[in-house]
Design a protein around this ligand. Sequence first.
Ligand SMILES: C[S@@+](CC[C@H](N)C(=O)[O-])C[C@H]1O[C@@H](n2cnc3c(N)ncnc32)[C@H](O)[C@@H]1O
Length: 398
Amino acid sequence: MKYLAVIGRNKVLSLAELESLYGKVHDLGGGCASFESADNVNIDRLGGCMKLARLIEKPLMEWLMGLPEGKITLGVSDYSRGATGRSVKAEAIKLKKILVRHGRSVRVVLGEGAVLSTATVLHNGLGRGSSGRKVELIRLDGKWYAGCGVQDIDAYTRRDQARPARDAKVGMLPPKLAQILVNLCGLLPEGARVLDPFCGTGVVLQEALLMGYQVYGTDIDERMIRYTEKNLEWLMSRNKEAYFVGRVQNPCRHRGFGAISRAAALRNTHEIASSVSVGSATEFVWEQPVDAVACEAYLGPPLKTVPTEIELKEIQQEINSLLSATLKNLSKQLKSGTPVVMAVPAWLRPNGEYEGLNLLDETDNLGYNVKKFVSRGRLLYHREGQVVAREIIVLRKK
Ligand SMILES: C[S@@+](CC[C@H](N)C(=O)[O-])C[C@H]1O[C@@H](n2cnc3c(N)ncnc32)[C@H](O)[C@@H]1O
């Protein structure tokens, strides 16, 4: 199946996520990318994807006439260069007129500009319409796509903010980024075991669990291990509840943690395993199997102002030695081919660029290959002006 993805603001990272999972990805411009997958793609697993749509391979009218009986709700977005709110409105009205002439009842949902926001798509039940009669049509460069998923912003917020154990000091890894870290490991077999050796409050493990993986977390700080345990326990109990809320009430508005949780909730009842232990990543001996490593490493002290050269050198040195020792320790224990994905710090410099660690120069000696992506650029994640950014490195054990 041919898919169109409307990707997040962080284009390089979103493209790399898709490439890791689906291989060839084409950057179509305008914030869109295309890729192919033989299987159904679930947007709830993609942290960097805002909307997902499938290419309509028939003439558009023929496809629309094939929608199930009853009133059609149609959203229209046009990501082509030069498209405007006016041109989209005109197109939508034209489609409606033809459909009405063919005896169909139609409601059209339009946005402010040429494209519908994810919130509009989500809250109008487009993109995920259970009846199949609610759909967002997406146009790009003369092709039409039918929306088949929209990022559930509310579900991300719920599972981020409702976790019982949070700690602002270890930083708040956004769940979307945690998903991207896991996805950058590539397509893992179902039930694979994902290790986070710097698990903190457990956001990476939480997202990996929701994706159906087994999880294993270690951290040097005993308090963090207690937090992770508490959060994972909460997640597993909430999951089932969310599943039932989603079923009993309006499935469009009360989906709990999103569709992935429904699958995971079912699995949680018996199979999913999680384990956590206190230990330093530089020397811990992890129990096997470890099929992938995904983590946000120690990021150094939180900084509000740009550090001086001397301050930065000191911090870099400390983190470089922690991470090279960690990679060395992991290297002895991982099977060849195991993916290792790490979010590490990069610091804002007076010229507005981010300076990272020199870890990548060493990875070859430490026993890893660096994965290169077609989109090439650095995999940086930060807010505008943020002093400590996260840079993602993607390695594979030789
Ligand atoms: C940026 S935080 C990770 C936060 C985590 N992603 C979360 O969801 O909360 C880094 C973590 O690394 C841990 N840490 C620092 N040095 C460590 C070491 N040598 N071995 C293992 N963990 C370490 C800290 O205790 C902290 O929890």
